[in-house]
Ligand binder design. Structure first.
Ligand SMILES: Nc1nc2c(ncn2[C@@H]2O[C@H](COP(=O)(O)OP(=O)(O)OP(=O)(O)O)[C@@H](O)[C@H]2O)c(=O)[nH]1
Ligand SMILES: [Mg+2]
Length: 221
């Protein structure tokens, strides 16, 4: 769980993750938060099943994920944001294809089999467009490249060299698993989008960067 300035949601999301009825550990990486998040996380340092790490300087979402990965011990790894946009109970079905040995990479899709609840049309359009680019450049068949719920067989994620530190995590990991030959399995997930007023931080520049990263890794190794 990469976390940056999530004092309003951090307690609730930790409680929700810990309540999911599957065997798990929660690795939290605080990305040099400047609000009360760090003080709240101190309370969890000795809680069984939770490990907390702190960045001295802000690195970005991927930077925090990269810090967390080597500390994981499980057979399946997923990213979980520190906000309340997703429902951790979805991990029960999102991990199934990996447990059954049917897939090594599973993405939860916000757009599969459901009526749309996006707050911002531009985000939905951007996410769909980037997925279309992935399908064309990398021969995948996905609807949600930018989803937070990217679930990996641990050894697959651990062998991907990740270069970028910010929101490029999504396109970079998608490009690299595709180039390694993995077919991404998509399943529906719940999504409760937050507004900018509620703390959403990504913007259109992250979308342009994502497009660039997808094109770059298609043609550069
Ligand atoms: N914006 C931002 N988020 C960070 C950073 N480091 C870690 N994060 C965490 O990364 C996660 C994703 O950030 P969000 O602002 O929720 O991004 P989003 O617009 O919801 O986009 P998604 O990544 O699709 O969830 C959150 O858990 C953040 O707390 C950082 O430097 N900046
Ligand atoms: Mg989010």
């Amino acid at each position: 769980m990469p976390v940056f300035n999530e004092q309003k949601t951090i307690r609730e999301i930790i409680a929700k993750v810990m309540a999911v009825p599957i065997e798990k550990e929660l690795i939290i990486v605080d990305d040099a938060s400047t609000d009360n998040t760090r003080a709240i996380l101190k309370e969890y340092e000795n809680v069984p099943g939770i490990k907390v790490f702190y960045h001295k300087k802000n690195k970005g979402k991927a930077g925090a994920i990269k810090t967390g990965i080597p500390h994981t011990t499980g057979e399946i790894i997923s990213v979980q944001d520190g906000d309340l946009e997703t429902d951790p109970n979805d991990f029960v079905h999102l991990t199934e294809p990996i447990k059954r040995g049917e897939a090594s990479v599973v993405y939860g899709s916000r757009y599969l089999n459901r009526t749309e609840k996006s707050l911002y049309f531009a985000y939905k359009f951007g996410a769909r467009f980037l997925s279309w680019v992935v399908n064309i450049l990398y021969c995948q068949n996905i609807t949600d490249e930018a989803t937070c719920y990217k679930v990996f067989k641990a050894d697959v994620l651990k062998k991907i060299p990740l270069e970028y530190d910010r929101f490029e995590f999504c396109p970079e990991v998608t490009a690299k698993v595709s180039k390694m030959g993995y077919k991404i399995k998509e399943l529906p997930m719940n999504y409760y989008p937050r507004s900018f007023e509620e703390g959403k931080k990504m913007n259109w520049r992250d979308g342009v960067k994502a497009l660039w990263v997808l094109i770059k890794f298609r043609f550069v190794s």
